[in-house]
Design a binder for this molecule. Structure first.
Ligand code: NDP
Length: 294
């Protein structure tokens, strides 16, 4: 049976370290307090849940958080004005616009409007572009892939020289995951919905990261025995036995995969809490940069 990678515990220990760091820095530099601003457009239930998680986690460790709620009818120009105002506010160190946005707003335009120096989601083309260039240093790494690397480092798996397969090529997870694993000297294959013979490719993976949004799609028999499996997928499926009526599952069939993998991350309690912890980490790093603290 595979060993569980407990993202919840790991994220907790990261949050505790950050809390201590903020306390220490506030003593050394009076007035030091990282500040994260979140812009939420509309009232999507899932977005509200994610924003609340971020708010709670930030508050707990001493990050100031301001939530800027906008009506779903806001125009793109009005939203751009709101983003610019936060860009120009020197007390704000981290700024993110919760995605997805209503259809009449171009997400690309809004993402690119965030000041790269405050882009704690790591989605701005400046940061993604610098991640893609081998010897450049982005100011921020996207939180989910950054969290996955933390998880791999935590279990002590050797990444350099190993074969890694990433399934999913989104801008926010799959593609930057590919780039980060490549930077860590893995030999990486990036798969997507048009990939042929996926099971054959998966069999080569010492490290497998899946982010496709397809509940329990990846079967244990496709996985190389002893592989490390990181399941980013977060899918709600109907379950009448639950009070909520839904159950959360990943993109990997957990039961069959657990019989083959050496390590596996669960859903929930795997990558999700790490993503939030990395957002806090990016915010603290940003505040330190604004304060010119090494
Ligand atoms: P996107 O929908 O943006 O991208 C999905 C990717 O998966 C695409 O590249 C798509 O291929 C590929 N894909 C879809 N179906 C298949 C298939 N059958 N075989 C191979 N590839 C396939 O998703 P995200 O990256 O935003 O999210 C992926 C999952 O991760 C979701 O469940 C999401 O909820 C979860 N997530 C979890 C986070 C966390 O913190 N735990 C954070 C972010 C996301 P193509 O490019 O060809 O269309």
């Amino acid at each position: 049976m595979a060993t569980l990678i407990d993202g919840k515990e790991l994220a907790k220990s990261i949050r505790e370290k950050l809390k201590q760091e903020i306390t220490d820095l506030a003593q050394k530099y009076p007035g030091f307090r990282p500040h994260l601003a979140i812009v939420q457009v509309g009232l999507r239930e899932d977005s509200t849940v994610y924003v609340k998680q971020k708010e709670r986690a930030a508050n707990e460790i001493g990050i100031e958080i301001t939530l800027h709620k906008k009506d779903s009818t806001i125009s793109q120009n009005e939203l751009l004005d709101a983003v610019n105002e936060l860009n120009n506010n020197p007390s704000v160190h981290g700024l993110l616009v919760q995605l997805p946005l209503p259809e009449h707003i171009d997400e690309k335009v809004i993402t690119e409007a965030v000041d790269p120096k405050k882009d704690v989601d790591g989605f701005h083309v400046y940061n993604i572009g610098n991640l893609a260039k081998r010897h450049n240093k982005p100011m921020f790494l996207p939180c989910t892939p950054k969290g996955v690397i933390e998880m791999l480092n935590f279990i002590g798996v050797e990444i350099a020289g190993r074969r890694a397969v990433v399934v999913g090529r989104s801008d926010i997870v799959g593609l930057p995951m590919f780039m980060l694993l490549s930077r860590a000297d893995a030999t990486v294959t990036l798969c997507h919905s048009k990939t042929q013979n996926l099971p054959e490719i998966l069999k080569t993976a010492d490290i497998l990261v899946v982010a496709i949004g397809q509940p329990e799609f990846i079967k244990g028999e496709w996985i190389k025995p002893g592989a490390v499996v990181i399941d980013v997928g977060t899918n709600a499926i109907e379950d009448d036995t639950r009070v909520s009526g839904v159950r959360w599952v990943g993109d990997v069939d957990f039961v069959s995969a657990s019989n083959v993998a050496s390590y596996i991350s669960p859903v929930p309690g795997g990558v999700g809490p790490m993503t939030v912890a990395m957002l806090l980490d990016n915010t603290v790093q940003s505040a330190k940069r604004f304060w010119s603290i090494d």
